[in-house]
Design a protein around this ligand. Sequence first.
Ligand code: PLP
Length: 391
Amino acid sequence: MTNITWPLMHNNITRSDLDQIIEYLKMDDPKLTQGPQVRNFEEKWSKWLGVKHSVMLNSGSSANDLTMMALKELKGGGEVIVPPLTWVSDISSVLRAGLNPVFVDINPETLAIDGNLILNAITPSTRAVFLTHVLGYNGLTNELLNGLKDLNVLLIEDVCESHGAKHDGNKVGTFGWASNFSFYYAHHMTTIEGGMICTDDSELYDVLLMLRSHGMVREASSSGTKEKYRLKYPELNPDFIFAYATHNMRSTEINAILGIEQLKRLDQSNLKRTENLLKFLSVINPKVYKTNFQIEGSSNYAFTLVLLEPDFILRDKVEVTLKTAGIEFRRGLSGGGNQLRQPYLNGIKGIPQPADFPNVEHIHHFSWYIGNFPELQNTEIERLGSLLNSI
Ligand SMILES: Cc1ncc(COP(=O)(O)O)c(C=O)c1O
């Protein structure tokens, strides 16, 4: 295999980020488990996004797990509408919470679940729509938002791949009942591993704080919540009342220090990434590759390369060409394509056939993502375009 010269992500943790951690570690007896740094990052993140509350976790997948657990606790059992093009934990979290996933195909222009198909799939059992904003594209439409409001169905946004993307001028992640972010290394910004759940709902916030930390009631922010449990369970030590069957998904202070540093340059980095994406879409051949994405408000850490027509021979040639040039890629975009093809869903009752979702099937076979980081030069993007156009 050729050495990789263009990785999926490059230099996402800088020397100066690392120096901040080293400074912190020079303190006598620094606190390392979840504490004021996590709290500080949560507050800064809430302000940046425009929400009341944020809860930092050890991963974006934990964020998915906790929102689904909280949904079940607060709103009861039922169906959750999900896309087949997403990360594994967007579906496994639904199953683990004891909810039923209902799959809906994507809109090829946004790569997110199609708003009209969502509205048609809603039944009296629908508890929420769990929409993934795929690789930086805004997946919302006003029709969808209004339709959900009219039908009184909750929206939960997975923004793990789309930090800073906007819908109608407001950041995605502010439209849902809850929104989830990941700070894994290869995303817009990183805390090494990490995640965040954001919400304006104070009741949900309290439940998330407990769910994050063994279900412990003492973690709740409202004194009313703590009092309620204390009175109901007088035989229990108030320090050890476990309200939910969960476990420990807390972050450490080190991760939060990185988050605080990284957030300072997130908007600037995203501007450059958007410039890069526009350049990429302008240099690839629109007769061979898809260029008509809905890019308004997008914030992409990856270039999305999609064949216009199904063509396995061309697909293989693209992969050989990229590999030979040392350009790293992932076939299938988010989560490797159609989740309905994955073994973890084998044997689960009611799971539909992959072929029933033709738009995701096309993405599964004929698409890739390639890293888009702020340091990329126009000349490199032009070279990539020429390479792809020469196949
Ligand atoms: C859409 C989406 N949701 C959730 C996750 C899970 O995030 P994490 O890797 O931080 O667990 C990812 C992973 O990268 C993702 O792409």
